[in-house]
Ligand binder design. Sequence first.
Ligand code: ISE
Length: 336
Amino acid sequence: MGSETVNVGVIGAGAIGSVHADNLTRRTRGATVTAVTDIDDEKANAVAAACEGARVYTDAGDLIAAPGVDAVLIASTDATHADFTISCLKAGKPVLCEKPLATTLADAERVLRAELAAGRRLAQVGFMRQYDQAHRDLYNLLKTGDIGAALKFRSVHINPLFSRVLTIDSVITNSLIHDIHSARWIMGEEISSAYVQWLPVDPARPRGARLADIQVIFESGALGSLEYNGDSGYGYEVTVEVTGETGSVRTASHPSPSLRQSGTLSRAITPNWPERFAQAYIDEVQDWINAIRRNEATGPSAWDGYMSLVVADASIRSAETGGPQPISASARPSLY
Ligand code: ISE
């Protein structure tokens, strides 16, 4: 690609797609959004209008094939991610696919096979917590060895109520997929078993999940607890804590000032993920564009996307059976 500007096509003009398009247009050096598509024409036109010179495509395949598109950002509905990513790989175009890479393990395997067939890394997966400063500080402190070997990983992922109640399967593949990736990335090892316990939102909606916990065991024997709340009632929080042999490390809370007044100590809590991870999304696409301009691939890979689905698949089976599920990780291909 070299040092010229990267022309990006955005598939999906919803909440996260519009964040990425805005970041690529206003906060990213070396990139411009030249194409936008969405099944909702109104959303596509609105995002394109905010990205000067961007053209609206009615078909994602045409956007991917367009000569004026050098790279593609996929922010469409989760079930479309695998096929759109495969189309980009076949077209030889770098692609940043929002998490999850796929909604089933079989689809994730298809993507992995397509990239291995391409013979080079072209895909990055949108696990943006890897670009969050609080997570990076924890990761770097853990790597110093100051607390010895990591014995337990704990993540707490707290959402305000979405517009729609997620089923337990979607909680795992859409939300807890972040925490699965964080666990693998921060602990630096694979997960060998998963055990899910969860609570429905109400008995009348048996698959709608309000609370869910994935208890995992890592290949080293270290423990893990990935905890999710889909209706906090107060805001959005994500924390990680790792317990080691001689201490523990925890992500810093979001840098909002604390207020002492009338006998009370309080601080603001971010309302939702766009605010909590605003800088991480900016750094994620800047890193992606920088790598493209160096003709390299960086960040979370299709292998990370695949392995997160391996754990998610076992977790869904655990949620169905009510018992722990063993996980046998396949060998990491040399491409990764
Ligand atoms: C959403 O898609 C995100 O990516 C957020 O980061 C996550 O907290 C939320 O649970 C997901 O639904």
